[in-house]
Design a protein around this ligand. Structure first.
Ligand SMILES: Cc1cc2nc3c(=O)[nH]c(=O)nc-3n(C[C@H](O)[C@H](O)[C@H](O)COP(=O)(O)OP(=O)(O)OC[C@H]3O[C@@H](n4cnc5c(N)ncnc54)[C@H](O)[C@@H]3O)c2cc1C
Length: 399
């Protein structure tokens, strides 16, 4: 690779929400930052529910003002056990004001979020954008070099924010464990007759969760329908009117008549974890480091926590005159992010698998867990707070 490549403190590879968030967070602190990646937001009806800590982070980056008009608050979360189990608990209701928040978070189209972050990235001084894929990675004792389609970029730390199929992760030789589920998710946007009243509702079915999440305006919502892979393909092939009818049936007509009002997506359900989110001069954030099914709005919120935590780690190293890409400087980041990712992955995996089995003891445990959360106030509040933002080790821009 070219030895005369431009040099940065940090080069972030991947311009999805996690990579853009980190690049903005670093550049705003005056850290020489490169962002390598094409602007390629995918409009597939996918939205992200950004929980309170993520909204604070985007606010600190100056990006929230542009996103907020397109986001709807999630004031209440309802969970309905629709498995037909013998141990079916009554519907559970979680209210944000019970933990002192107006909303658990805000729901926005994923493509819109990436668009806003990219616009912000174009205007922040100290952030250099390379509209290219990264094709290679070389490292030595002092720096890492990323090969672009044309030329190279050097940095003391390379961040792989290049998604679940991360090339940076593979080139850094970081071991992964990946697995699949016999499910896929249909995503789309809906217009509906009755107002959602800022309530997100998750129906737990035997094939997976079916979730309706509010969008702005009161009569629009996004859908994430996780179901068997074959059934999902069949639903995806339906004309709009028939798909809307199927959705209305599954939603027990809760929102009245439904119309498809946006693009659609079909996402196979997979899981991925890494042995460690760091390697020599490399750190991984977002789906490059962890992936799991969309249950409880955890994926990108975890990815943004990675970004905010790595920003703290780089700042601390640079202000102490240490090398931000050294193993020593990255050790705290690795420890805290591994724990957070492991806890979320296990929780989502366990809940998802418990829906897929019809074993009575498993049904009983799931039913009792939900019942306990509904009836025991202190437990419910702990679960709500931890779901929004883990208390221990929250990154500084999320506090
Ligand atoms: C149906 C569904 C619903 C979801 N709902 C929520 C939710 O409500 N809340 C939530 O928090 N999470 C949710 N998630 C998870 C969330 O969508 C993901 O965690 C998030 O989009 C991942 O962002 P990322 O930036 O890590 O990766 P990505 O969005 O995959 O971005 C990676 C980027 O890297 C680029 N790239 C890849 N290779 C290279 C390369 N070699 N060089 C340069 N660039 C490269 C890609 O083009 C892409 O732009 C949901 C997921 C699904 C499937």
């Amino acid at each position: 690779m070219d030895s005369a490549s431009p040099r940065f403190d940090v080069a972030v590879v991947g311009a999805g929400a996690a990579g853009l968030g980190l690049a903005l967070a670093l550049a705003r602190e005056g850290i020489a930052t490169a962002l390598v990646g094409r602007h390629a937001p995918v409009a597939d009806g996918r939205t992200v529910a950004l929980l309170d800590g993520s909204v604070r982070f985007l606010g600190a980056l100056g990006a929230w003002a542009d996103v907020a008009p397109h986001a709807a608050p999630l004031a209440e979360l309802h969970i309905v056990d629709d498995t037909g189990s013998l141990f079916r608990p009554p519907p559970a209701r979680f209210v944000a004001t019970e933990i002192g928040l107006d909303a658990f978070g805000w729901n926005v189209e994923s493509a819109r979020l990436v668009e806003s972050l990219r616009a912000q990235a174009r205007s922040v001084p100290g952030l250099t954008l390379f509209e290219s894929d990264a094709v290679g990675l070389e490292r030595d004792a002092d720096e890492a070099r990323i090969g672009l389609e044309e030329g190279t970029v050097s940095a003391r730390l390379v961040v792989g924010a290049d998604g679940a199929r991360s090339r940076m992760r593979d080139q850094a030789g970081i071991a992964t464990k990946d697995w699949s589920y016999p499910q896929a998710a249909i995503t789309t946007l809906l217009a509906h007759e009755r107002p959602h009243r800022d309530v997100s509702t998750e129906f737990h079915t035997r094939q997976g969760p079916f979730t309706l999440v509010p969008l702005p305006g009161g009569h629009r919502s996004s859908l994430v329908w996780v179901t068997g892979a074959g059934a999902a393909r069949r639903l995806a092939d339906l004309p709009d009117a028939d798909l809307a009818c199927a959705i209305e049936g599954q939603a027990q007509s809760m929102l009245g008549a439904i119309r498809i009002d946006g693009p659609r997506g079909l996402v196979p359900m997979r899981g991925l974890s890494v042995a460690s989110p760091v390697g020599a001069r490399v750190a991984l954030i977002g789906e490059a480091a962890h992936a799991f099914p969309p249950i409880g709005a955890q994926g990108l919120n975890l990815g943004l926590r990675d970004a905010a935590a790595l920003r703290d780690s780089v700042l601390a190293a640079i202000s102490d005159g240490r090398d931000p890409g050294s193993r020593h400087a990255l050790s705290g980041f690795a420890r805290s992010r591994s724990l957070d990712a492991r806890l979320r992955t296990v929780a989502v995996d366990t809940l998802n698998r418990s829906l897929l089995t019809s074993l009575l003891p498993v049904d009983a445990l799931r039913g009792l867990g939900l019942l306990a959360m509904t009836t025991i106030g202190p437990l419910r509040r702990i679960v709500m707070r931890e779901g929004v933002l883990p208390r221990l080790g929250a990154p500084s821009l999320m506090r």
